[in-house]
Design a protein. Sequence first.
Length: 234
Amino acid sequence: MGELGGKVALVTGGARGIGAAIAAHFEDAGAFVYRGDLNGGTLELDVTDRGSVRGAIDRIARERGGLDILVNNAGLLCTGPAEKTTGEEWERLLAVNVSGVFHCAQAAIGAMRGREGATIINIASVSAEKGGGAIGNVWYGATKAAVVAMTRGLGRELGPHGIRVNAIAPAVLDTDMVHALLSEERRAKILARVPLGRFAALDDVARLAVFLASDAAGFITGETIAVDGGFLRT
């Protein structure tokens, strides 16, 4: 049946990119997956709207009896100098990257409580530790640092309820969006700082998500694990 057989999962931002890769790997591992997204998912979901989030969680609980796995993947990447970021861009970053995680995690607790092996996985970024990344700016890094803090705190608070909370912090991913943002010269400079010599693949992140959602990670909580080929340690 697979290591996630019989589990019910919600992946926000699940229609594309990291979210779609995680959803596919979860399904391969036997989970029933709701791909929450504004466009193209199997469940319409706006993580910035508390009513939308509550409605989605209630629907899952009604249809499946509860929720075992929540992946807070929906997020925005804002690039550019701190001085030139507009107030509107900052507010949108906060709404999706921080408040979106808050809304979903808070709404999911009741649907997860009492279900063996329940877990929340947040998608952070190495930018949280770097204070900005190779293509993300300082404000993006700040929102992902908030995700790391929420992960640590929720892991401590929800542990007694049997709910584990961890985060994955990817470095630069090998995606079409990244290729469009980076010149060949910039790509080469970044890769020179990655000991494993390549960008992270979507499957690298998705495979870790499956592990963290499985019983094999049953005694891991409050942690943020980098998927960066050694980038942070160089």
